[in-house]
Design a protein around this ligand. Structure first.
Ligand code: ADP
Ligand code: ADP
Length: 224
């Protein structure tokens, strides 16, 4: 799904632009958004996920327009926020069953099938009956991805998913996102270059609310 962002600005307070005229086209596959803390990555992702209104500018997801077709956009989108509240007392399976119900899988057999598919997709089938509070950081991120995928979105947005993961978990998580990006658009934000360089076909660098680079990761690496 083609995503087109035009002249997007966000001011939380007057004269303080968290986003300052973002122009960006994302055409599919895996797209990396790199930038330090405070650059505006979460703000951009929250606006894309229809959770926050921009001050100015537009975003189009295919033919859908932000502010007009938000219901359709929410259906086309899966979002894993940076601080994602998991129900620690539930098992992975119970949690996904709950999300699947919210997403409209009301028939028990359909819902069970969908939950099983998602657990397999993120490699947690053998941990399905364990409580989420016993999961490692990487497993929690993977169950977060599973809930974002339940509605079969065409675009998936993940905000700093590798923060707090050890190197091995980070590689596993990156492989999962690469796999997902074969079938849908994946937008990943991070402050770690290594998360992007091997996986993303295209990327942008954000700093103080502005995009200071757009291109392929090897073009960026050739500059430094
Ligand atoms: P990040 O910048 O990596 O998204 P933060 O810890 O800065 O993480 O932000 C955590 C939450 O607090 C987010 O929901 C963000 O929107 C909010 N937040 C960040 N900065 C401010 C601020 N200056 N005033 C109020 N809320 C903020
Ligand atoms: P990143 O995700 O790249 O760390 P953010 O989008 O969280 O960046 O933050 C961009 C800027 O906006 C920061 O200066 C941050 O403090 C500010 N900010 C974020 N959320 C809020 C908020 N809810 N209220 C006020 N300022 C915010």
């Amino acid at each position: 799904m083609n995503i087109s962002i035009e002249r997007l600005t966000k001011a939380y307070q007057p004269n303080m632009l968290a986003l300052d005229g973002i122009d960006l086209t994302i055409t599919g596959g895996m797209f990396g958004l790199l930038g330090p803390n405070g650059a505006g990555k979460s703000t951009l992702m929250q606006i894309m996920a229809t959770l926050l209104a921009p001050t100015e500018g537009t975003i189009r997801f295919g033919d859908y327009r932000l502010g007009k077709d938000d219901h359709e956009i929410r259906r086309a989108l899966g979002y894993l926020p940076q601080y994602f509240g998991l129900y620690q007392k539930l098992t992975g399976e119970e949690f996904l069953t709950y999300i699947a119900t919210l997403k409209g899988y009301t028939a028990t057999a359909d819902r069970r099938k969908r939950v099983t598919e998602m657990l397999e997709k993120v490699n947690l089938a053998d941990k399905a009956k364990r409580k989420i509070k016993t999961y490692s950081g990487g497993m929690k991120q993977r169950i977060g991805i599973a809930q974002a995928l339940i509605g079969d979105p065409r675009v998936i947005i993940v905000d700093e998913p590798t923060a707090g993961l050890d190197p091995e978990e980070r590689v596993r998580f990156r492989n999962l996102l690469e796999d997902l990006s074969l079938e849908r658009t994946v937008l990943l934000s991070t402050h770690i270059v290594a998360d992007i360089e091997s996986s993303c076909g295209a990327m942008a660098v954000m700093r103080q609310g502005k995009l200071i680079f757009k291109g392929a990761p090897d073009e960026l690496l050739a500059m430094v």
